[in-house]
Design a protein around this ligand. Structure first.
Ligand SMILES: [Zn+2]
Length: 66
């Protein structure tokens, strides 16, 4: 039995217009675990919309594969 939970095709580009206390979650494509955005390092791309793009892998995977 294939357990597919919360499969989504969420765009990896996240828009952050400020913190409202709602933590975003994202599935790491490497370990397939759903983790809070705080486990993904984010970068402010510095464009006019202040787009923040998260790293694709979670912190744990990145540290293991560095
Ligand atoms: Zn991971």
């Amino acid at each position: 039995m294939y357990m597919a939970s919360n499969v989504n095709n969420q765009n990896t580009v996240i828009q952050a217009s400020g913190s409202n206390g709602n933590e975003l979650f994202r599935v790491c494509p490497h370990c397939k675990k759903e983790k809070p955005m705080s486990e993904f390092e984010c970068r402010n791309m510095g464009d006019e919309d202040n787009t923040i793009r998260n790293q694709s892998w979670c912190r744990e995977c990145r540290s293991k594969n560095s």
